[in-house]
Write a protein that binds this ligand. Structure first.
Ligand SMILES: [Ca+2]
Ligand SMILES: [Ca+2]
Ligand SMILES: [Ca+2]
Ligand SMILES: [Ca+2]
Length: 105
């Protein structure tokens, strides 16, 4: 039916982990990992893998997120050997802290 069947595939998975640091039953940190695997030429071997980990932390325990840390790892198989060597992997990290939390400190 479709002519694009063998030309590429994108696979995305989202994994969410809730962490209760002090064990009071209320979540203190939520870690969400989004993994995107892209097979550009459809040969079954991943050409691009991108993993984004977002960590939301409630420092003072008031139920509102205070710090959001986001790390993105992008691996591109530039030379097409099916492996991601060190120079083909890029890591990017950003941290956002709630503004009024900084004022108090
Ligand atoms: Ca807790
Ligand atoms: Ca491929
Ligand atoms: Ca908070
Ligand atoms: Ca490679």
């Amino acid at each position: 039916m479709s002519e694009t069947d063998d030309t590429g595939e994108i696979d995305m998975t989202i994994d969410t982990e809730v962490i209760d640091l002090d064990g009071d039953g209320v979540a203190d940190a939520v870690v969400e990992t989004t993994t995107t695997v892209i097979d550009l030429d459809g040969d079954g071997v991943a050409d691009v893998v991108q993993e984004t980990t977002t960590t939301a932390i409630d420092v003072d325990g008031d139920g509102e997120v205070d710090i959001i840390d986001e790390t993105t790892i992008t691996a591109v198989d530039v030379d097409g050997d099916g492996e991601f060597s060190e120079d083909e992997i890029e890591v990017e990290e950003t941290t956002a802290v709630r503004e009024d939390l900084l004022d108090e400190g």
